[in-house]
Structures are given as structure tokens and as C-alpha cells.
Ligand binder design. Structure first.
Ligand SMILES: Cc1ncc(COP(=O)(O)O)c(C=O)c1O
Length: 269
């Protein structure tokens, strides 16, 4: 797949696309974005991603997006994708710049070890405007990833100021305790993950109990599996969180991995 962009509606190879250096998206990370998984040539739940984008912009007190225009631009770029897997990304900045592009999914090493990191910038919904928004200011998340890697892990497990488990810097986190699938609730200010929503539908169908709540980091010792997912990566089980090593087999992770992959590739899902 050729990485292809529409920058303010002008089609160009992604490698040639340039945002002005003084764009507020560049100088302040002021804007919102979405990353949509493309599976077998189709964007998975584009409507949910666009709704989340609108929510992020509203939370940041920015102009609402032109959803029909974004849908049309995404459709235009997707026509060149064939039946490949890929990534569709949308950026809307405070300067009014609009970038939509398609590219192959990033190739990343498997995430095996998560290292807990404090995330004091993730605060409960209602405590401040941007809570839960997918803003373009991701430096704090990326710094948490780097800190986790410096500590010998692959990525971070973000925890709230109060010590509760939240999410990853770029992925949702769930874990298995008995017949329950546990996770942080959206009220804690985490990103409303589209892949997590889809995985929860599959988990409920498989008879798992869904438990959303404030779970302290220490309670992860009860987990038999810790799972991560995001729009453009498979749902996988990690092997270790901090000092806690997890069992080698991950039956719930395997089941949800297959179920999510199937629903993503199902026409019209
Ligand atoms: C902080 C954060 N949490 C969770 C997710 C997972 O969301 P999704 O499944 O919609 O990709 C992402 C990915 O965008 C993220 O950046």
C-alpha cells in the first residue's frame, strides 16, 4: 500500500505532506486525532472513531469536525487500499489544518513486558475539559513509554495518581480474574477505546463477566492474563507487568484475539 495523504483536501504521497511549522498542531500539539484500523481493506468502525474525534474536539473546546467531508476523504483514500490491512489517521489542528492519510500498519516488536508508570495527566471525566480527549499532545504518553523502556520493559502501564490501573500510552488494558474481565471505567478519564468496546462485545458473548472499576495496581497479582488492544494492532496477552510474571497460556486472550480479528474482517461489521 502506498502511503497517501489528503492535506486540506490536496492529494499527495504521505512522505511529501508538510504541515506549516507555525501550525498550532505543530507548535502546541493543539488539535485532536484518530487512528483507525483498516482490516482486509475496510476501516473498522469508522463511525465510532469519527464520533470520538468530535468528542475530543468538543472536550478541547475546538471547532466541531465536518464529518461528511472526513468520511468522503477517508472513502477516497480507502479506494486505493485494495484488501490490505492498514491504518487510517485523521488529524485536525487548532489552526484548522486537516490531514487524512492511509499507510501500512506500523511494524512493532511484540509488547511482552509492561512497566507501571504514573500518569498524573489522566484525570477523571468532569474534573477538567480535556479529560478523555485524544488530543495531539501525546508527549506525556510517549515519555511514559520511554521511561518504561529505560526500566527494561516494552511499554508502560499507566496508573492514576490514586494508584489505580488505567490504560497503556497507546492501547487499552484488560485483565482476567476467574471468569471476569476487569478494566478501568471511562469515568477515570481513559480513552474510550474502539477496539476495547469490540472486544467487550466478544467477551460478553463468550460468557465472561465484565467488571469495570477502580482497581489498584497491586490487585493485578490476581490476574491470570493481562491483555492489550488498540485499533491497528491485534489483541494480545503480555507476559509480565512490573515484577508479576503471568502464566504462559492465555486462553481468554487467544479467544478474544480470534474473535476480534474475525469481527474486524467481517464485511459490514
Ligand atoms: C491512550 C490510549 N488508550 C487506548 C487506546 C486504544 O484505543 P483504540 O482501541 O480506539 O485504538 C489508544 C489508541 O488510540 C490510546 O491512545
Amino acid at each position: 500500500m502506498e502511503p497517501l495523504a489528503l492535506l486540506d483536501g490536496v492529494e499527495q504521497p504521505l512522505a511529501d505532506a508538510r504541515m506549516a511549522v507555525l501550525d498550532e498542531g505543530v507548535t502546541r500539539g493543539d488539535g485532536a486525532f484518530e487512528s483507525v484500523g483498516i482490516w482486509s481493506g475496510r476501516p473498522f468502525r469508522l463511525d465510532q472513531h469519527l464520533a470520538r474525534l468530535a468528542g475530543s474536539l468538543a472536550a478541547l473546546d475546538l471547532e466541531p469536525p465536518d464529518l461528511p467531508l472526513l468520511t468522503a476523504e477517508a472513502g477516497h483514500l480507502l479506494r486505493g487500499v485494495g484488501d490490505e490491512d492498514g491504518l487510517l489517521r485523521i488529524f485536525l489542528t487548532a489552526s484548522g489544518t486537516r490531514l487524512v492519510y492511509v499507510a501500512p500498519q506500523p511494524v512493532r516488536p511484540q509488547t511482552r513486558v509492561l512497566v507501571p508508570q504514573p500518569a498524573p495527566w489522566v484525570r477523571p471525566l468532569g474534573t477538567y475539559g480535556p479529560a478523555g480527549a485524544k488530543s495531539m499532545s501525546y508527549a506525556a504518553n510517549m515519555a511514559a513509554t520511554r521511561a518504561a523502556q529505560r526500566a527494561g520493559g516494552d511499554d508502560a502501564l499507566l496508573c492514576s495518581l490514586e494508584g489505580d490501573v488505567l490504560e497503556g500510552p497507546t492501547f487499552a488494558v484488560m485483565w482476567v480474574v476467574g471468569d471476569a474481565l476487569r478494566m478501568a471505567p471511562l469515568e477515570l478519564g481513559i480513552v474510550d477505546s474502539v477496539s476495547r468496546r469490540a472486544a467487550l462485545e466478544q467477551a460478553a458473548e463468550a460468557g465472561l463477566r465484565i467488571e469495570q472499576g477502580r482497581f489498584p495496581l497491586g490487585s493485578l497479582t490476581e490476574a491470570s492474563e493481562v491483555l492489550i488492544c488498540s485499533a491497528a494492532r491485534d489483541l494480545v496477552a503480555v507476559e509480565q507487568v512490573g515484577d508479576v510474571r503471568l502464566p504462559a497460556s492465555s486462553p481468554v486472550g487467544d479467544l478474544l484475539h480470534k474473535a476480534l480479528d474475525a469481527v474486524r474482517r467481517q464485511p459490514g461489521a
